[in-house]
Each structure stands twice: as structure tokens, then as C-alpha cells.
Write a protein that binds this ligand. Structure first.
Ligand SMILES: NC(=O)c1ccc[n+]([C@@H]2O[C@H](COP(=O)([O-])OP(=O)(O)OC[C@H]3O[C@@H](n4cnc5c(N)ncnc54)[C@H](OP(=O)(O)O)[C@@H]3O)[C@@H](O)[C@H]2O)c1
Length: 350
């Protein structure tokens, strides 16, 4: 019997999830056939060299194409964007048609982020007393309550994906990432906070920190993210008991840090490499952070760079996931990121 057909978006990014599926020793995944939706012929060619099929598209706004392609698959992993609600909806509706066509269960895995559960400590717009959150709690109701107060596209997408999945009979799993760190198979793919802070430091001469930097976030290495998808998907395909729908929200973390610790780590590594003269930090007010780090959005500056968002990946651990990377890996990652950025910019280091 042939294995499950899996459709992935976002595989041309870090590649960690795709690599983990391709290298997996789990029988269900070994037997799977993977198709990647990808933008651009060059990216398609490099993915095909890994042995996967590719389908070209231009944008996540092409919802008709997304539904048609999802209809040909048993599983969709949507890793391109947690913020694009309509693409999530289109992929789930395509899977629902697949279920009607084949009479078999279909599964949707969605990449999201823990800024969805972040507080607002600088504006005091939202204060949270109950961190850290276990994903064994009722996170779905919490997301609904928060989104009723202030809609936030990534959170709205999680809610819509969960509700539409329940409505049309597609099992959904939301994997909510904290700050992803590390360098994976694609050395040019940069994950979030550390590379952005390094690039800002190269302009400012100092590593920025928003406010007093006392907010606490979780982190996880990109390779542990890949393994987490592998383990959850294997269990989803082989075991009826993986929580889905409103109970299908999974946190993915291996430790936590304050924003000040992260910035200081980057500053110390920058000085050690001769890329910075001083390891003093550059404090940013919220309006300054909005321009420098928040893409012009005050909300993003606050929840993405100065908030608390403390989560515990209890469900994934119960399914057998254990992060391989340690706090020592987190503490040394800034040096590797600096080196990669300095090398790609052709700038000298001391
Ligand atoms: N990075 C983190 O630390 C982090 C933390 C928490 C949550 N997340 C979640 O993970 C998602 C992916 O994060 P990332 O940092 O890997 O994102 P990314 O670098 O922006 O994109 C990764 C992949 O998605 C594809 N993609 C992005 N936007 C697309 C669009 N509009 N249409 C088609 N393809 C698109 C990219 O394709 P191309 O190669 O064609 O550009 C690439 O393959 C985020 O949206 C977020 O919800 C990330």
C-alpha cells in the first residue's frame, strides 16, 4: 500500500522540517510522498534534488491553486506563514475535499508563533499573571479571548484554522514556535530575533534592547523544530489519540531567556569577533523600536521584542519529543550567527 501524500509550504525557508521528514526512520514517513509548493524555478530545482515533487506558485493569495493542490494530498504542513489566514483556510478546504474523495482522514499542521500569547508590559495594554502556560491547558479559549480584545493576524489564523477544520472534518494541529534560533541546512535562511539584532547592531554600533529587556521568552533550535514536526506527524499518522482541533495546539520550546540576556549575548559575541567596539547595549523606547524592529507597528515592537511569552511544550514531550540542543547551544548561537552574517556581507572581523 502506498504511504501518505504530504504537501508542504515554506520548504524553501530553513528546510529543517522537510529535512527531518526526509531523514526520518519512521515507517509512515519513509513511505510518504512529499510535494512542496514553492516560489521560483531555482528554489524548485534545489528542492527536487532532495527527491521531492514541486509545484510552482506565486503567492499565498492564490487560494484556488492552494485548495486544488491540497485536494491531492492527505496531509498539509503549512510552514510559510502563520499570519496568512486565507491560505490556511484554502488548504484546509482542499483537504476536506480529499476526505470526501477518499473517505480517509486528512490532517493539517500549521506553523504559528508564541507572540499570540504575549503580554503588553510596556503599554500595560495586557497584563498576564499566569505564565508559563502549559499546552495541556485550554489555550484555544485563551486565544479566542485575546483575539476578541485585540485581533492579531497570526492568532486569528490559528482560530480560523481550528474552527474551519472542525466544521469540515479536517484534523488540525497548530505548532506554536517561540524564538527560533540556529542555522540549518540553508545557511542563508535567517531566523527571527538574533540576525535582526545583529544587523541592527551593525548600523547602530551597539546591540539594541527594547525597554529594560526584562521580558522573558522561550527559544528552540531549528533542528529541534524539525524533529518536533517529525514526531508529531508520525504519531498523527499512526495513532488515533493525538489531540487535535481545540486541543491540538502545541508549544515547542527548550528553554527561556530575557531580552536583555539575548542582546548581551549578541553584544559580547560581536566584541569577541571584533565586529563591535563596545558590548554596551542600546536601549530603545517603544516608538524607536517600532521603527527599527517593528516594521512600523507598535504592537509588533512590543509583543515581538519586549514582551513575556512563556510556554511549556508538555504535549510534544508526552508524544516522545525531547529537544537535543541544550542551553550551551543557545548560549553559543550568537557567535555562529555573527560569523554567518559577517561572511555573507564580506565585512572584516577582528
Ligand atoms: N522564525 C521564527 O523565529 C518564528 C518564530 C515563531 C513563529 N514563526 C512562524 O513561522 C512562519 C515561518 O517563519 P520563517 O521565519 O521561516 O518565515 P520566512 O522566512 O518569511 O518564510 C519561510 C518560507 O515561507 C515562504 N513564504 C513566506 N511568505 C510567503 C508568501 N507570501 N507566499 C509564498 N511563500 C511564502 C518562503 O518562500 P520563499 O523562499 O519563496 O520566500 C519560505 O520558503 C512565520 O510566518 C511564523 O508564523 C517563526
Amino acid at each position: 500500500m502506498s504511504g501518505p501524500k504530504i504537501l508542504m509550504t515554506g520548504a524553501s525557508g530553513g528546510g529543517a522540517v522537510l529535512n527531518a521528514l526526509l531523514a526520518s526512520n519512521f515507517g509512515a514517513l519513509k513511505a510518504s510522498r512529499i510535494t512542496c509548493l514553492v516560489r521560483g524555478a531555482e528554489k524548485a530545482q534545489s528542492l527536487e534534488k532532495l527527491g521531492v515533487k514541486t509545484i510552482s506558485f506565486n503567492s499565498l493569495d492564490e487560494t484556488e491553486i492552494l485548495s486544488e493542490v491540497a485536494r491531492e494530498n492527505d496531509v498539509v504542513i503549512h510552514a510559510a506563514s502563520g499570519f496568512h489566514t486565507l491560505s490556511a483556510r484554502a488548504l484546509i478546504l482542499g483537504l476536506a475535499q480529499r476526505r470526501q474523495d477518499t473517505g480517509k482522514e486528512v490532517f493539517y499542521l500549521h506553523t504559528s508563533g508564541t507572540s499570540n500569547v504575549a503580554d503588553r508590559p510596556m503599554t500595560n495594554e495586557y497584563v498576564e499573571a499566569d505564565y508559563p502556560f502549559s499546552d495541556e491547558g485550554d489555550i484555544f479559549s485563551y486565544l479566542k479571548k485575546r483575539d476578541f480584545g485585540v485581533p492579531y493576524a497570526q492568532r486569528t489564523s490559528d482560530i480560523v484554522a481550528t474552527e474551519i477544520g472542525l466544521e469540515v472534518g479536517v484534523k488540525t494541529y497548530i505548532l506554536m514556535m517561540p524564538s527560533i534560533y540556529g542555522i540549518d541546512a540553508n545557511p542563508f535562511h535567517e531566523f527571527c530575533h538574533t540576525p535582526i539584532l545583529i544587523r541592527a547592531a551593525m548600523k547602530l554600533g551597539k546591540v539594541p534592547v527594547v525597554g529594560d529587556g526584562s521580558g522573558i521568552w522561550d527559544h528552540v533550535h531549528i533542528q529541534d523544530v524539525g524533529r518536533c514536526y517529525e514526531i508529531i506527524l508520525n504519531r498523527v499518522l499512526t495513532d488515533d489519540h493525538v489531540p487535535s482541533g481545540k486541543s491540538g495546539i502545541f508549544f515547542v520550546e527548550s528553554g527561556e531567556h530575557t531580552w536583555r540576556q539575548l542582546s548581551q549575548m549578541i553584544a559580547d559575541a560581536g566584541v569577541a569577533l571584533g565586529a563591535l567596539k563596545s558590548n554596551d547595549l542600546q536601549p530603545l523606547s517603544l516608538p524607536e523600536a517600532k521603527v527599527l524592529l517593528g516594521k512600523g507597528w507598535g504592537l509588533i515592537a512590543e509583543i515581538g521584542w519586549g514582551s513575556n511569552a512563556r510556554t511549556r511544550a508538555d504535549k510534544a514531550r508526552k508524544l516522545g519529543w525531547e529537544p537535543v540542543k541544550t542551553s550551551a547551544d543557545f548560549e553559543s548561537h550568537a557567535t555562529a550567527d555573527w560569523r554567518a552574517i559577517l561572511d555573507s556581507s564580506g565585512l572584516p572581523r577582528g
